[in-house]
Design a protein around this ligand. Structure first.
Ligand code: FES
Length: 103
């Protein structure tokens, strides 16, 4: 299991922050989520996408993915890896890869 703590005090609602080359995080009204940085449709960098109402849209072909589930309306596109982050201290969130590890 890999675990890291992130200070997200400067991350606004609907903002996207790249964590590293594989993972981004976003804050929504429903919580803070990590998600795979590469789009499951055609590998675009989702750090360039945008978030509204809990949905992430890829900037390349504009497909949406629900951050709470990783699913989108197009069933032929694989699920986006997502994970709800746990707040462990004020504005400090823990990201773990235990269980549903990011591909
Ligand atoms: S690469 Fe993301 S929607 Fe096509």
């Amino acid at each position: 299991m890999i675990s890291r703590r992130l200070d997200l005090s400067e991350l606004p609602v609907d903002g996207i922050r790249p964590v590293d080359g594989r993972t981004c995080v976003s804050r929504t009204a429903a919580g803070v989520f990590a998600f795979a940085r590469r789009c499951p449709h055609a590998d675009a960098d989702l750090a360039n996408g945008y978030v509204t109402d809990g949905w992430l849209r890829c900037a390349w072909h504009n497909l949406p993915f629900e951050l709470s589930s990783g699913l989108g309306p197009c069933t032929s596109v694989p699920r986006l890896w997502t994970r709800r982050l746990t707040m462990v201290a004020p504005e400090i969130y823990e990201l773990t890869t235990e269980g549903d590890a990011q591909p």
